[in-house]
Write a protein that binds this ligand. Structure first.
Ligand SMILES: Nc1ncnc2c1ncn2[C@@H]1O[C@H](COP(=O)(O)OP(=O)(O)OP(=O)(O)O)[C@@H](O)[C@H]1O
Ligand SMILES: C[C@@](O)(CCO)CC(=O)[O-]
Length: 524
């Protein structure tokens, strides 16, 4: 996909959509990080950004009145993790890869403080991180400098070293008393958070708390960091009222524009964590479904083609709990390629063929994700892809053991996902396997120290719950549903507790739960 630049004019007209979209009550709030009248981005009250002095005066009066307006309600944002379904390693050599969202997700609860409280807190209990900053002490001056200032519609492709430097003093007292390794991780997360907060917010940003819980395993190649970046980007863009929708009758083109805006800022968050990310993770996490991703020239942006009609596939994700290093595995393949250039080239070509065959298969009109024959064909491509990766030397005995337990027992088709050498595998399960056999398999894997997740490929991307009130098909719905409070969210037990409390598929019989809304970007 190519990023379509959003001009100030188009941004302005969308801003008024934004005001009328998801959350009417936001109209009355005094928030806007980026609004100003010089560049046509001022979305406050839906003005067109070409305001006269008189308008400005009127606006000032209106704004000062609004200071007494009620607090913004709590809301939630959620985004999925991802797996590479086909084409890892070959993608490093300019071949295509298919990546898809998984149903494991991150959930971010945004709660606002009373106006007198001028603090912002990031609370990431999964990694035991909590930190509070005084908003008025943050380095707004440099982030607001005209030569530095970025707007919500900007495409940011690299971090500004001066801005990164300005953040550093605000990271020094994070997680004092923890190990150096842990502090480094916490400081990275905080740097990513602050870069976004300072870029999208303003010195007038309201005091608030961002609390995140995730069901995605961390550092296992399932895109946990990207999903967090997506949640933060979406939440902050919603707070400054620069997104329209999601709402049911929104045209797909408009929905895609909103999603792309989130994706751009999620990429900025990923850059803070990873340095030089390809962008595939945040793209899949924002859009959901699946994408074909290809980077032929590293000096140019990659080609990202959304597979809007990617089927939802049932999947068993297995974490070997064996730490992997992507860099080591990639180097291993590079070395093999030096010695056997032609042969390795043929393997890469074969992987590319597998990826392209999968792409065409999935897009076939009669492809049916609930039908055995269609699943078998995708499954066989996964098996072939794994064999080719194995030939490149990136499998691992713990990954081969999964194939033994799943494929050789006739339960499904497995392949490693991501770099290999440990990390995770994915298994496409046959639809007719009796439940007790599946339970037995999971017990076996558990006994052998694996971590299993039943997940579905190709689900929704970023979603919004505005306000943070859920309906569960229970009596309490009559009284407007159940409000998600911070304590309840923090105390939800484990991944299941989080899913049960706020999960996007926590509706009756696992259906999409009423309340969560998604930008519907599909073409059909
Ligand atoms: N649940 C979480 N809570 C807070 N921070 C998290 C969480 N999950 C991931 N992170 C952040 O993301 C970092 C992990 O990112 P990393 O890219 O190494 O792994 P990944 O995103 O899970 O895998 P990959 O990028 O290979 O798909 C953590 O160090 C932390 O900063
Ligand atoms: C192994 C690899 O192809 C995927 C790692 O998730 C490396 C990369 O694409 O950067």
């Amino acid at each position: 996909m190519t990023f379509t630049p959003i001009t100030p004019d188009s941004a302005t007209s969308e801003m008024s959509n934004g005001v009328n979209g998801l959350h009417k009550e936001m109209d009355d709030l005094h928030i806007n990080g980026n609004g100003n009248s010089t560049n046509g981005t001022n979305g406050i009250n839906g003005t067109n950004g070409r305001s006269t002095l008189e308008d400005g005066e009127k606006k000032k009066k209106r704004m000062s009145r609004k200071l007494s307006s009620p607090m913004m309600p709590s809301f939630m944002v959620s985004a999925p993790g991802k797996v590479i379904v086909f084409g890892e390693h070959a993608v490093v050599y300019g071949k295509a890869a298919i990546a898809a969202s998984v149903s494991l997700r991150s959930y971010l609860l945004v709660t606002h403080l009373s106006k007198s409280k001028r603090t912002v807190t990031m609370q990431f209990p999964d990694i035991d991180l909590i930190h509070t900053w005084n908003i008025d002490e943050l380095p707004w001056d440099i982030f607001q400098q005209p030569s530095k200032k970025k707007y919500y519609y900007d495409l940011v492709t690299s971090l500004d070293p001066d801005l990164v430097k300005a953040i550093q003093p605000h990271l020094t007292d994070i997680s004092l008393g923890k190990s150096e390794a842990e502090r480094k991780i916490h400081q990275n997360s905080a740097a990513s958070f602050l870069y976004l907060f300072l870029s999208l917010g303003s010195p007038k940003s309201p005091g608030c708390r961002y609390t995140l819980r995730s069901t995605i395993p961390i550092g296992a190649g399932v895109g946990s960091s990207a999903s967090i970046g997506v949640c933060l980007a979406a939440a902050m863009l919603l707070q400054i009222r620069t997104l329209s929708g999601p709402h049911p009758d929104q045209p797909p083109e408009e929905a895609r524009l909103q999603v792309e805006r989130i994706n751009r800022w999620a990429f900025v968050a990923e850059m803070c964590i990873h340095g030089n990310p390809s962008g595939v993770d945040n793209t899949v996490s924002t859009h959901g479904k699946a994408v074909v991703y290809q980077r032929t020239d590293y000096k140019k942006p990659p080609t990202v083609t959304p597979l809007w009609d990617f089927p939802e596939l049932p999947l068993l994700l297995v974490n070997t709990r064996t730490p992997k290093s992507t860099a080591v595995e990639v180097a291993k393949v590079a070395k093999l390629r030096t010695t056997h250039q032609e042969l390795v080239g043929s393997i890469m070509d074969a992987i590319d063929k597998v990826t392209r065959s999968a792409e065409s298969l999935i897009e076939e009109e009669y492809f049916d994700n609930e039908e055995t024959e269609s699943l078998r064909r995708v499954g066989e491509l996964m098996t072939i892809n794994h064999g080719l990766l194995s030939a490149l030397g990136v499998s691992h005995p713990r990954l081969e053991r999964i194939r033994e337990l799943v494929d050789h027992e006739g339960y499904g088709w497995s392949k490693l996902t991501g770099a290999g050498g440990g990390g995770c595998s994915i298994s496409l399960m046959k639809p007719d396997i009796p439940q007790e056999k599946l339970d037995k398999l999971e017990r076996r894997l558990d006994m052998e120290g694996y971590q299993t997740f039943r997940t579905t490929l190709g689900g929704d991307g970023v979603g919004v719950l505005w306000p943070a009130v859920l309906k569960n098909g229970l009596d309490e719905d009559e009284e407007g549903g159940m409000e998600i409070d911070l304590e309840g969210f923090l105390n939800a037990p484990g991944n299941d507790g989080v899913e049960k409390l706020v999960g996007v598929s926590g509706g009756l019989d696992g259906a999409e739960r009423e309340g969560w809304k998604f930008w519907r970007v599909e073409s059909q």
